[in-house]
Structures are given as structure tokens and as C-alpha cells.
Design a protein around this ligand. Structure first.
Ligand code: HEM
Length: 179
């Protein structure tokens, strides 16, 4: 996973709980905490950190990943504002995640492994997205979508009609824009 993701995780924990909490979590999982945004790091390091955060702060992994996704959106947007700037509406932006954004990520670095996100259905105020990734970070995707909705100033609900964590072979995220 890209260093940018680890950096955002450290920033979020440090802002909410202090730098010392982040440093002691890194220490707990024997991680040196040295990340460069554009470099790729072993996914296991991310999983170990998320697990340590959840047990230290007594939160579920699904809730932690949703909150982190919301935070991460701002960091990703900051690094590449063009993607959201070039789409006027939230749902048009959503349609471009798999067909434009993650394709560009892969073009820049073939070692990057963004998830496969496909639009199954789109209406004026809703979209169904299929999420496929062996990382099974669908809750992170839910949070990212919430973060993106916040960026566009729209209220959305995001739920899953099927989920890999419940035995499905892919997740389907249903996004409904309220008003
Ligand atoms: C709401 C919008 C977005 C959603 C739902 C989304 C979803 C995700 C998810 C769930 C991951 C974790 C990896 C995995 O699941 O296998 C990921 C990774 C990533 N995404 Fe997105 N993403 C969004 C927007 C963006 C934007 C705006 C960028 C800007 C460049 C971006 C760039 C990346 C990068 C660089 C990775 C790391 C890939 C890797 O290290 O292998 N994403 N995305």
C-alpha cells in the first residue's frame, strides 16, 4: 500500500490522540514509521497498525476504517485535486473512481494495486458500486465515499447489499444521495 495511506493514518491518530499515542502504537507493532508517500509498503504493516489502534482505542475495525476513509479522502484529494475538480457532481465523481482515478494511479506506478471499482447501476440520485480487492477494505471505501460527499457538500447514505466479510465474492456498495 502507498506510503500516503500510512502517512494519513499517522496524521489522523496524532491529531485525535496526540503524537505520543501514534509513536507508542508504532513501537507496539515494531514499525519504524518511516514512509514516503509515493512508495509501496507491505500491506501487513497497515493491518498490524489498524489492529493495534482498534485494541488500544477499543473501536471496531469496521468503524475505524470508515472514519479513516473519511479522513483519507481529504489527503488523497490534496495530492491530486484534479480528479474532483474536474467533476461537477458527487455522483459523476463516483463514476470516475474506477474508470479514471484508479486507472491513473496504476498508470503512474504499476506496482500500485488500487481496488477494482465498477459502476453496476446509476440513477439521478444513487449508484451501486462493485468493490473487488483481496485486501477486503470495503469499509475504507465506505468512508472514502463519505469523505467525498463531504467535499461536494452533499448528504449521502452508504450501505452494502453484499459484502466479502459475509462470504460474498465481492462487495456491492449502494450510495444514495439525500436531497
Ligand atoms: C470516493 C473515492 C474513492 C474511493 C471509494 C477509493 C477507494 C479506495 C480503496 C478502498 C483503497 C484501498 C486499497 C484496496 O481496497 O485494495 C484505495 C487505494 C488507493 N486509492 Fe482510492 N478511492 C477513492 C478516491 C481516490 C482518489 C481521489 C485518489 C487520488 C489519487 C485515489 C488514489 C488511491 C491510491 C494511490 C491508493 C493506494 C493503492 C495502493 O497503494 O496500491 N483514490 N482507494
Amino acid at each position: 500500500m502507498k506510503g500516503a495511506v500510512f502517512i494519513a493514518l499517522g496524521d489522523m491518530v496524532s491529531e485525535a490522540h496526540g503524537l505520543n499515542t501514534w509513536l507508542s502504537l508504532l513501537d507496539e507493532v515494531c514499525d519504524d514509521g518511516v514512509y514516503t508517500a509515493t512508495m509501496n509498503y507491505d500491506d501487513e504493516r497497515l493491518y498490524r497498525l489498524v489492529e493495534a489502534i482498534c485494541s488500544r482505542l477499543k473501536v471496531d475495525a469496521s468503524d475505524a476504517l470508515k472514519s479513516f476513509g473519511e479522513y483519507l479522502f481529504a489527503a488523497l484529494h490534496k495530492s491530486a485535486p484534479i480528479f474532483a475538480d474536474s467533476k461537477t457532481t458527487f455522483l459523476d465523481f463516483v463514476e470516475s473512481i474506477g474508470s479514471v482515478i484508479h486507472i491513473e494511479v496504476y498508470k503512474l506506478d504499476e506496482k500500485a494495486r488500487p481496488p477494482k471499482i465498477t459502476v453496476l447501476e446509476r440513477t439521478e440520485n444513487s449508484a451501486d458500486l462493485r468493490y473487488e480487492s483481496d485486501r477486503k477494505l470495503c469499509y475504507l471505501a465506505e468512508g472514502l465515499l463519505k469523505g467525498a460527499a463531504g467535499h461536494y457538500g452533499v448528504e449521502v447514505s452508504v450501505s452494502q447489499t453484499q459484502c466479502m466479510h459475509e462470504g460474498a465474492d465481492s462487495c456491492v456498495l449502494r450510495i444514495t444521495q439525500n436531497g
